[in-house]
Design a protein. Structure first.
Length: 88
């Protein structure tokens, strides 16, 4: 058995782990499946595309990553209702 060390973004790792846990598998199983598919197909076994995002979507993503324009968080319903009354 061989070991492969891979550097990945921590957020990407955690999000992938959550999905794999939900699916009842783990990184080792998925990496082994991927490598076997590479051998069987003699290719990368999935399509690789650059998503086409318009300028508005790109700006929204960047703003969200910076916490800009996100909804306010409330600690209780009364606080939320007060804010809603102010909007009328």
């Amino acid at each position: 058995m061989a070991t492969i060390n891979v550097n990945v973004d921590e957020k990407v790792k955690e999000q992938a782990k959550e999905t794999l846990d939900y699916l009842g598998t783990n990184f080792t199983n998925v990496i082994n499946m991927l490598l076997r598919q590479i051998i069987l197909t003699e290719s990368i076994p999935f399509e690789i595309k650059v998503p086409k995002l318009n300028a508005e979507t790109v700006k929204a993503i960047r703003d969200a990553e910076k916490g800009i324009g996100l909804s306010k968080e409330y600690t209780d319903v009364e606080e939320m209702l007060e804010d809603l009354k102010k909007e009328d």
